[in-house]
Design a protein. Structure first.
Length: 164
């Protein structure tokens, strides 16, 4: 039994905790520990998440299994082109992977984008992340590659898109 709801600023610590539990097993095979620590601190700081939620910069969804949060995602219109929506984050606890929660969250966001009258959803995925195959199964295609500096580190990503 699962539920999905929009996160509020009162969920920031839950999102931070989930990110810390998910990022290590997800990224330690492809990134150095120092980079993971830096990026968690940069992307998932209490202040940054609170601002994103409070000011509506990103919409966060929390998926709970038996009332326990186990996955989250965030999305928004792109700053430079509001006709395109961007999936910023989608993460499930490793213990829940294979239960379909990623697909459920992604389909929930697709529904919200379509509801907003838009037809394109875009995301970035690390070029070495196994999640790329999940996105391909969900109908996303690689449209470009991007190298993004975050502090002293680089995110080497594919940009993937899905026409809705």
């Amino acid at each position: 039994m699962y539920t999905i709801r929009e996160a509020t600023v009162y969920d920031v610590e839950t999102i931070r905790q989930l990110a810390h539990e998910i990022w290590w097993p997800t990224y330690s095979p492809i990134l150095e520990a120092e980079q993971i620590n830096f990026m968690l601190g940069e992307i998932y700081s209490h202040e940054k998440l609170t601002t994103q939620i409070d000011q509506g910069i990103q919409t966060f969804l929390l998926l709970s299994e038996d009332e326990t949060p186990v996955a989250f995602a965030s999305y928004s219109p792109r700053d430079d082109d509001p006709e395109i929506y961007k999936l910023h984050k989608i993460y499930c606890l490793p213990s829940t992977q294979g239960k379909g929660y990623g697909k459920i969250l992604l389909n929930e966001i697709i529904g919200k984008v379509v509801e907003a009258g838009k037809t394109v959803l875009e995301l970035n995925v690390n070029r070495y992340n196994n999640a790329k195959s999940f996105y391909e199964k969900m109908g996303f295609n690689v449209v470009s590659e991007e190298d993004i500096a975050i502090g002293p580190y680089w995110m080497n990503d594919y940009v993937m898109r899905k026409e809705l």
